[in-house]
Design a protein around this ligand. Structure first.
Ligand SMILES: [Mg+2]
Length: 172
């Protein structure tokens, strides 16, 4: 149905990686710094989706957080080869995901509506992407599930409770 989607921008924390269970309990401790450098598991079903979809859509990774830590997580997950490019929105430089949702389609010659943002945070993965004209899929998982709907941009085009249902729910 959404034949016009040509690319997917994946969020990392609580979309591909189980941040809420594995890392939130040890956040801001030395154990966190150690854990993100050891092999990390993907969320259940995530690898299957990455494998099944990456030949059909251009894949990008867009994650917000301390860049050095986010890069360590990607390395530990071993998922770098799936992505054409990885983007790290750096809070220390006052960056947001919004600027990347604007930049990625133009950088890759895509119309905004040909790009699907998949992520667990309504306020960034959905709102900031929709505001730039992208399609959106809310991944219903993790510590931020109670973010309220404050505007039309907070309402995703699709939502899924799991990776197992993602392909059907997002009509990919
Ligand atoms: Mg996330």
């Amino acid at each position: 149905m959404n034949g016009k989607i040509k690319a997917i921008i994946w969020d990392l924390d609580d979309t591909l990686l189980d941040t809420t269970q594995l890392l939130i309990p040890i956040a801001r401790t030395p154990a966190f710094e150690k854990r993100i450098r050891e092999p990390l598991p993907l969320l259940d079903g995530a690898l299957e989706n990455l494998k099944a979809l990456h030949g059909r859509y251009l894949f990008f990774l867009l994650t917000y957080g301390r860049t050095e830590a986010q890069q360590a997580k990607v390395a530990s997950l071993g998922i770098a080869p799936f992505f054409r490019a990885q983007y790290f929105a750096d809070p220390s430089k006052q960056e947001t995901k919004s600027m990347y949702f604007k930049r990625i389609p133009s950088e890759w010659g895509l119309a905004p509506h040909e790009v699907l943002s998949i992520g667990n945070r309504r306020s960034s993965d959905i709102n900031e992407a929709k505001s730039q004209g992208l399609q959106t899929c809310l991944f219903l998982y993790g510590e931020h599930q109670d973010e309220p709907i404050l505007s039309a941009f907070d309402q995703p085009d699709f939502e899924t409770p799991s990776h197992q249902e993602l392909v059907a729910r997002c009509r990919l």
